[in-house]
Ligand binder design. Structure first.
Ligand code: IBG
Length: 222
């Protein structure tokens, strides 16, 4: 075994992308096994690799971890991205749970039926601009520090940058009214491990296309 974590998922963002972001931000190299067809998933299901018959699955430290949040918690703890004490950790948890909720809205946009897309998009961007981003703008503005929690990089910063970039793909000027988030974005993007992940050729995945979606559906839909 190489010792590097191995990620099992399809070759797209979906529920694995945050895990890729966290590992990359911690400077951890990882390998990926991409599910190409339904049989690849069936094989993992049959050989007992998937506790709930689902991916994401990450092989790390001799374990086969499933459930996105559990995997993200493990990686964040292991690589010191999860605060220095219980109070920092619960703050990080509150922030990232909000981020997961917004992330879920972004993830599900592509699967909306054509006649629902416009309404869904409006609600999703409304939530980004009026519910979630104002919170993080205020947190950073009020304490005046460089990072969301504890004045050091945590998963909250990494996950917020991931979300900001995703929101900008949907609406390029989404940060127009969030000057503090604009500088946050520039600062966090410039952290060497993150900067590297943002460069072409990294293991960061591009936005999901209709074609990727069709492929993923074939794998995951029974
Ligand atoms: N709670 C689990 C987690 O967070 O890990 C959910 C995992 C999950 O939904 N896995 C799907 C799966 O394995 C693939 S991600 N399905 C097979 C099965 O038999 O249940 C599906 C997904 C995509 C894009 I692709 C957006 C959201 C979900």
């Amino acid at each position: 075994m190489s010792g590097k974590p191995r990620l099992h998922y399809f070759n797209g963002r979906g529920r694995m992308e945050t895990i890729r972001w966290l590992l990359a931000s911690a400077g951890v190299e990882f390998e990926e096994s991409f599910l190409e067809k339904k049989e690849d998933l069936t094989k993992l299901q049959k050989d007992g690799s998937l506790l709930f018959q689902q991916v994401p699955m990450v092989e790390i430290d001799g374990m086969k971890l499933v459930q996105t949040r559990a995997i993200a918690n493990y990686i964040s703890t292991k690589y010191n991205l999860y605060g220095k004490d219980l109070k920092e950790r619960v703050l990080i948890d509150m922030y990232v749970e909000g981020m997961f909720d917004l992330n879920e809205l972004f993830l599900m946009y592509i699967v909306q039926p054509a006649d629902k897309k416009e309404e869904y998009f409006a609600n999703m961007m409304n939530k980004a601009e009026n519910r979630y981003f104002p919170v993080f703008e205020k947190v950073l503005k009020d304490h005046g520090k460089d990072f969301l929690v504890g004045n050091q990089l945590s998963r909250a910063d990494v996950q917020l940058l991931e979300l900001i970039l995703m929101a900008e793909e949907y609406k390029p000027d989404v940060l127009a009214n969030f000057p503090v988030l604009q500088s946050f974005k520039a600062r966090i993007s410039n952290i060497p491990a993150i900067k590297k992940f943002l460069q072409p050729g990294s293991q960061r995945k591009p936005p999901v296309t209709e074609e990727d979606l069709a492929k993923a559906m074939k794998i995951f839909r029974s």
